[in-house]
Design a protein around this ligand. Structure first.
Ligand code: BDR
Ligand code: CA
Length: 305
């Protein structure tokens, strides 16, 4: 049976690639996609989810969520993803609409209506999820696993120690990490090891309509590293369907919510702050980059079917 999931995202080019993979996998049942402010404003991230669902002709409910972090001022990452958040491909004008319900109500109702617990995959700031946990703490029992892209235990990408999704809303991240949910954190420790190589990106252009679209947006994506481009958010979908290919280790993670280490996810490796044996997250630490590249290309074949 397909695994029921809710996606909470801020597309964003790598979020877009994650949606493309998730909605085309027969072993995932995407019940709802909620949008949050992050890479660009929530109006734009919501519109981008609708653009992708129309592109793939998928009828999945979409709800718009938080316009800004819980306590901090919103700062986007349009310098990486473009003004629209999904530069590099000319999507037709959208005709569908998001639900009237906001993201928190839509997630709550979807969890309540499901016969089995649902996995939530979050690849933007965790503002919507923190608001859900505050409004409906009882919902944790309906969440099978919380897989998030974000954080790092080995250095950041927006400061020397902080990763973008956690840095955007550290207060929300702290609520999530302290919630008792079964968390898998797929952070930069994994995603920066799984760069899409220039060869893989070129190959996309020859992989049908879906490949052309992905080639366009990934070419426009400004997250450039030596050796390729990280498809951060796609790693969460890979983990959801093939957890064995990402090596994880249990840690006690604390989120720093003020000062120069703002947004850092600190792993208590020396048991200084928590009792020996306490952990709150399964943290991704390693992945085979070549296998990731091949897997991503294989996903595009599924999209064109
Ligand atoms: C994360 O930040 C965003 O810009 C990406 O979409 C990804 O979720 C990487 O740090
Ligand atoms: Ca994202």
């Amino acid at each position: 049976m397909a695994k029921p999931v809710i996606l909470d995202m801020d597309p964003g080019i790598d979020d877009a690639a994650a949606i493309a993979v998730a909605v085309n996998r027969p072993d995932l049942d995407v019940k709802l996609i909620t949008a949050v402010a992050g890479n660009v404003s929530v109006d734009k991230t919501t519109l981008n989810v609708l653009k992708l669902l129309e592109f793939f002709d998928k009828d999945i409910p979409v709800a718009s969520g938080a316009k800004a972090p819980l306590k901090r001022e919103f700062q986007d990452a349009s310098y990486i993803h473009g003004e629209s958040g999904m530069s590099g491909y000319d999507f037709p004008t959208v005709t569908s609409k998001p639900l009237d319900a906001d993201a928190v109500s839509a997630i709550h109702e979807t969890l309540q209506a499901s016969a089995e617990p649902i996995t939530i995959i979050a690849t933007g700031a965790y503002t919507n999820i923190a608001m859900l946990l505050q409004a409906h703490p009882e919902d944790t029992q309906f969440i099978k696993e919380f897989i998030l892209m974000g954080g790092s235990i080995s250095g950041g990408n927006v400061s020397s120690v902080a990763e973008f999704n956690v840095f955007t809303d550290p207060d929300a991240a702290a609520i999530v990490f302290n919630s008792g949910l079964p968390i898998t954190m797929i952070g930069l420790d994994v995603t920066l090891k799984a760069l899409l190589t220039p060869e893989t990106i070129n190959e996309l252009a020859h992989k049908g309509r879906a490949g052309e679209m992905l080639h366009g947006i990934i070419t426009a994506y400004e997250d450039v590293h030596d050796g390729g481009k990280p498809m951060h958010d796609v790693n969460t979908i890979l983990y959801a369907v093939k957890p064995e290919v990402i090596k994880t280790e249990p840690y006690a993670i604390d989120v720093v919510t003020e000062g120069p280490a703002l947004g850092a996810t600190v792993a208590d490796t020396q048991h200084r702050w928590h009792e020996d044996g306490y952990t709150n997250a399964n943290v991704g630490v390693d992945i085979d980059a070549a296998a990731f590249n091949q897997w991503f290309l294989d996903q595009v074949d599924l999209m064109n079917k």
